[in-house]
Design a protein around this ligand. Structure first.
Ligand code: MG
Length: 165
């Protein structure tokens, strides 16, 4: 892994933390998604999978872009009509889900199935982000999808690795 990619990963982890999400929160989701398929699964294995996902350039680019837009919307710095679409988490906007497809697909199409599931069920921190985004002046329009997609891709990576064992 080259130095820029390493720095980018650290920057992304810091950004996620600043927006209220720890790696442990993501591990909770990945573990729940995969424990029924991989009986020997540990939280460490889930953490390693998340680390692999966060090491990918396309994942880092999606995280940087989505969090920037959420943050600008919180500060009212976007132009209309985009400002209202993002700050109100308008259900017809849809670009938040599209942006994170680049994350879902890094370990193949089962990432997409996992993403669909977490997007619907909103487990753990994803539900909290969603509720906070709706009830407070925080904007998590992109953030909930970013976390769901990272968890979905990591779950796919866990599944692929378990198959190789
Ligand atoms: Mg969203």
């Amino acid at each position: 892994m080259n130095k820029t990619t390493q720095n980018m990963k650290d920057i992304c982890i810091q950004l996620l933390n600043d927006r209220g999400v720890t790696i442990d929160d993501i591990i909770d989701i990945v573990y729940d998604l995969q424990k029924k398929y991989v009986p020997t699964l540990t939280r460490d294995v889930c953490g390693e999978a998340i680390d692999r996902v966060l090491g990918k350039r396309e994942v880092q680019n999606a995280i940087l872009t989505g969090i920037e837009l959420d943050t600008l919307a919180e500060k009212n710095l976007l132009s209309e009509p985009l400002q209202s679409l993002i700050s109100n988490d308008n259900p017809l906007y849809g670009i938040d889900e599209i942006l994170v497809l680049s994350i879902c697909n890094v370990y193949g199409s089962i990432g997409l199935t996992n993403f669909g599931y977490v997007d619907k069920v909103k487990p753990g921190i994803i539900g909290k982000l969603d509720a906070m985004g709706k009830a407070t002046n925080k904007c998590h329009t992109f953030m909930d999808d970013i976390i769901g997609a990272v968890a979905a891709a990591a779950a796919s990576s866990v599944a692929h690795n378990a198959e190789e064992d």
